[in-house]
Design a protein around this ligand. Structure first.
Ligand SMILES: Nc1ncnc2c1ncn2[C@@H]1O[C@H](COP(=O)(O)OP(=O)(O)OP(=O)(O)O)[C@@H](O)[C@H]1O
Ligand SMILES: [Mg+2]
Length: 428
């Protein structure tokens, strides 16, 4: 893929570049939320087209919205492109436009070679025909002659591994079996471009691994593919470049890791990258003890500077500022951190009494610092409750629902927390 960003996107394809197998140029597609209006617009559009009066499709009519908004990119031979975005962001619509199943309202798509779409489970299959019959029907739609299909038929069946079910009607197949048959017949057409819309997700893990091995092989034989997946790990390991769609617009394009980071920030932080922590937001059920008051909660980085949001995997100190009016001994803190995305479950519970840390205070202002050599929380939004007690018994003060955001430098790994690590090989 060309290393392009939004500013550099070329409106005109580079026709002399024989490596480009797909060129999507300023593609926009509008849909209508209202069924009656949608039918009316459909008839209106056909009528205008027949009469040669078709208006430029750059305006939205009532109840219409852009499912794709000025999308442009190029795909080169053997390139693996990951397409990500939240539900309803336009990924499947883009694949449908590329496959020629729907027409864009603006822009155009140029394809240089054979496209094999694996867009919806069972799409392209006739449910009442057997698997065997469907392989013939499907591969001939993708442009293969009967002789070519005959030659490849055994390989397709061998790859799909669905046993005797090959002679049963496809309507009796499980989703995984339909995915196996779809993938096997699509790859054996030796396409120049393979479009894969989440269909592999329904296959069992052994079959998925086999598909990814096959995709790797196909790439070496110059097949390019676009892979839609909600699994960041898959996109990061399989694709070298990525596109992030949000409400039909291309918000990120280029190197996979960068695109995924932008997407995950939006996904986990709801696009809100500003900190939620602020002294004024401290929620205190009541001022419980005049002698001890939490006045602020914030973070410091390794240089002691106050940071709005700590970064996953980096050293950080969680700081609690308090005002104390008399000598208090044997004070303990409980910090209960919950993930907002995890449905408010406790992710980290820290208690200074269990850490055998008993703190004593003289009157004045103090800052308690919880030094963490690295922050294990991953990118996301969190809320923290803080409880302060004397002798683990008497309540001094508390703060509820202190909200904060954890940033990340790298793309999020799967799993619940960030684990710093170094991989080594040791010769023996
Ligand atoms: N035929 C249609 N008529 C009207 N609206 C449609 C039609 N097809 C898709 N849409 C709308 O277009 C938007 C984009 O849909 P699309 O299926 O491309 O999303 P997606 O990114 O593939 O989502 P998901 O991750 O859930 O598969 C959605 O708001 C969807 O409701
Ligand atoms: Mg989709």
């Amino acid at each position: 893929m060309m290393n392009i960003n939004e500013q550099e996107i070329s409106e005109t394809p580079q026709k002399n570049d024989s490596e480009v197998v797909l060129s999507v140029n300023g593609v926009s597609k509008r849909f209508c939320r209202d069924l009656k209006k949608s039918l009316f617009y459909g008839v209106q559009d056909i009528g205008s087209e027949v009469l040669g009066l078709r208006e430029k499709g750059d305006k939205l009519r009532s109840k219409e919205f852009w499912a794709l908004d000025n999308v442009s990119f190029q795909l080169r031979r053997g390139e693996a492109l990951g397409l990500v975005g939240k539900n309803g962001s336009g990924k499947s619509t883009l694949l449908r436009v590329i496959a020629g199943l729907i027409k864009p309202d603006m822009g155009f798509v140029e394809v240089n070679g054979r496209v094999a779409p694996l867009i919806a489970l069972g799409a392209g299959f006739n449910p009442i025909l057997t698997g065997r019959e469907n392989i013939y029907a499907n591969m001939s739609i993708l442009g293969l002659s009967k002789k070519e299909i005959d030659e490849r038929f055994d390989e397709v069946i061998e790859f799909a591994e669905i046993g005797d079910a090959i002679d049963s009607p496809v309507q009796s197949y499980s989703s995984g079996m339909a995915a196996r048959l779809g993938f096997a017949s699509a790859i054996h057409t030796e396409p120049d471009i393979l479009l894969i819309d989440e269909v592999l997700a329904v296959g069992d893990s052994r079959f998925q691994a086999k598909c990814f091995r096959k995709l790797h092989q196909l790439r070496q034989n110059n097949t390019a593919f676009i892979l839609v997946s909600h699994n960041s790990h898959t996109i990061l390991t399989v694709c070298e470049s990525g596109i992030y769609l949000k409400k039909g617009q291309m918000l990120g394009v280029g190197e996979t890791a960068l695109v995924m980071r932008k997407y995950e920030e939006d996904l986990f932080l709801d696009g809100d990258e500003t900190t939620l922590s602020s002294n004024s937001s401290l929620i205190k059920p009541q001022l419980e003890n005049d002698n001890f008051e939490i006045t602020a909660i914030f973070f410091r980085n390794i240089n002691g500077e106050v940071v709005e949001s700590p970064t996953s995997g980096e050293p950080v100190s969680l700081c609690i500022e308090c005002r104390i009016s008399q000598i208090i001994e044997n004070v303990g803190f409980t910090l209960d951190i919950k993930g907002l995305a995890e449905g408010g479950e406790t992710i980290l519970l820290m208690n200074s009494f269990s850490d055998k840390q008993s703190l004593s205070f003289s009157p004045g202002e103090h800052e308690i610092q919880v030094e963490m050599p690295y922050l294990g929380l991953k990118l996301g939004r969190y809320t923290m409750d803080v409880y302060v007690k004397k002798d683990a018994l008497f309540h001094l003060d508390s703060v509820e629902s202190f909200r904060f955001i954890v940033n990340a430098k790298e793309s999020v790994s799967r799993g619940c927390f960030y684990q710093p690590k170094i991989w080594k090989t040791v010769s023996r």
